[in-house]
Ligand binder design. Structure first.
Ligand code: ATP
Ligand code: MN
Length: 457
């Protein structure tokens, strides 16, 4: 797909070439509204672990902040606008690829053990968890490790626990998906069969207990899949985490290590976890430096990115998908919220006992206009009480809620619609309008409410 000229491109510099020395990278920031494309003229180069094709232009999505790295030297051609572009020879790539080599050896060992009928532990490949503060390059390192592994034929499972950003699907979810080939530079993580659990908020502090329960459910499902698939078991996992590393964030990281039985911790720019985890057997903690190229993003930028991720789900990364608008009766759906409320009324408790808030309680939600602009998840649960332990099929975005409407019954007179005040009726419409990525009925009537919003500009 060739990038086309836009009004914004009028000020674009002409196509230019850049020669990169071995083990150096070209760092590029793409503006939100002008296209950039890149072509490999000579040599080899990769973007976060995925090689540039030897021929043809590669469109770089808007807002990308990337590094085009070369091991053996390359000449690149850039066409379009950038916010910044500069080469650098200071990269931690050698250390990263050495880490990859160690993981690769562990995968091979696990595969060999499985072939010899080894036990579950011996046949388990590396379960790598990447931890560190915000903007330390966690997501980028995950991408590289996954793409390098996939290039060698492994199908590692990518687990994304970062509900703030959401690299597999929209924010507010924890999810997992097998990575079968290097991650596409344009399309990102493949979305064929992700396993998604819906938390519904961009930060875990709103209901950390639910976050923990969902991690457990995801880990349980993955464990089940691994037990029936020696290859994916040997390939292991790469687990991405949030940048929240203090207080509750720290507690949740320790919880994640335990829940997913991580046996390799890659710490970016950090050493707090080292002390806590080092005493445990079977866990290797490796401290890795951050690339100077990692771009800092403030909370406003993060909020915007979240919004874009929701939009991308419905409209595609290149704005090339058309979501389907649909209307359902309130009576055809049931919306639930996870968490909140009390477990039992005071009257049902022994005298003197205080009602305890149950953070994982399911609460039926009345559909109201407050839901407009929010995202609802479609649960795979068959019954409401299975909602918290079930993954989700996808999402809808509520565009309108029609609670009740006064309507004038029209009289057709000489081809004109006339409204007569004498015949007005009150229609109780109770209908919810939404957009969904696919046409047709919803796959389930059980929906989960969220605090995730997106406003169509
Ligand atoms: P968060 O805590 O928000 O999840 P993170 O630790 O996952 O952040 P990344 O998302 O990996 O950090 O990196 C932050 C930004 O920097 C991303 O947009 C990424 O594409 C960019 N980036 C990472 N490494 C480089 C590099 N070497 N050159 C240019 N940009 C880079
Ligand atoms: Mn990240």
């Amino acid at each position: 797909m060739a990038a086309t000229a836009t009004a914004g491109a009028a000020a674009a510099p002409p196509p230019r070439q850049c020669k990169l020395d071995p083990k150096s990278e070209l760092r590029v920031e793409v503006p939100p509204d002008a296209p950039l494309r890149v072509r490999l003229v000579a040599g080899t180069a990769e973007i976060f672990g995925t090689e540039l094709p030897p021929e043809g232009w590669v469109p770089i999505p808007p807002r990308s902040k990337i590094a085009i790295f070369t091991w053996h030297g390359a000449t690149l051609e850039l066409d379009g606008v950038t916010e910044s572009e500069y080469p650098s020879e200071e990269t931690p790539m050698v250390v990263y690829v050495n880490t990859h080599a160690i993981l690769d050896a562990r995968r091979a060992r696990a595969r060999a053990a499985a072939a010899q009928g080894g036990d579950l532990e011996a046949s388990q490949g590396p379960r790598v968890i990447v931890v560190g503060p915000t903007d330390s390059g966690k997501s980028t390192l995950c991408k590289m490790l996954l793409s390098w592994a996939a290039k060698l034929g492994w199908k590692p499972t990518y687990v994304d626990l970062d509900i703030g950003q959401g690299s597999i699907t929209i924010p507010g979810c924890i999810s997992a998906t097998p990575i079968e080939k290097p991650i596409d530079i344009v399309d990102g993580i493949p979305l064929e069969m992700p396993l998604v659990y819906f938390y519904g908020h961009p930060t875990p502090s709103i209901n950390p207990d639910v976050y923990k329960v969902l991690m457990k459910e995801l880990a349980k499902t993955l464990e089940r899949q691994f037990s029936g698939n020696a290859e994916s078991r040997a390939a292991g996992m790469v687990i991405n985490t949030m940048g929240w590393v203090e207080g509750l964030g720290y507690e949740l990281l320790l919880n994640a290590i335990e829940t997913f039985k991580a046996n390799v911790v890659l710490e970016k720019l950090w050493k707090m976890l080292k002390d806590a985890v080092q005493s445990k057997p079977n866990i290797d903690v490796v401290k890795l430096q951050k690339s100077e190229g990692v771009v800092l993003r403030n909370s406003k930028y993060r909020q915007k990115t979240r919004s874009f991720r929701i939009k991308e789900y419905f409209y595609g990364i290149a704005n090339d998908l058309a979501p389907h608008s649909n209307i359902v009766n309130f009576s055809d759906i049931s919306v639930y919220r996870i968490g909140g409320g009390h477990q039992a009324p005071r009257s049902a408790l022994p005298i003197g006992a205080e009602p305890v808030a149950d953070p994982t309680r399911l609460v039926a939600v009345n559909i109201s206009t407050d839901m407009i602009h929010t995202v609802l998840a479609i649960s795979y649960a068959k019954e409401p009480d299975e909602i918290i332990s079930s993954n989700v099929a996808g999402f809808i975005h509520v565009t309108d809620v029609d609670i009740q409407r006064y309507a004038w019954k029209p009289l057709l007179v000489c081809g004109l619609y006339l409204c007569s005040p004498g015949v007005n009726v009150i229609h109780s419409r109770k209908k919810l309008t939404y957009i969904a990525p696919c046409p047709g009925d919803l796959p389930s009537r059980l929906l989960i409410a969220s605090s995730l919003t997106w406003y169509e500009a």
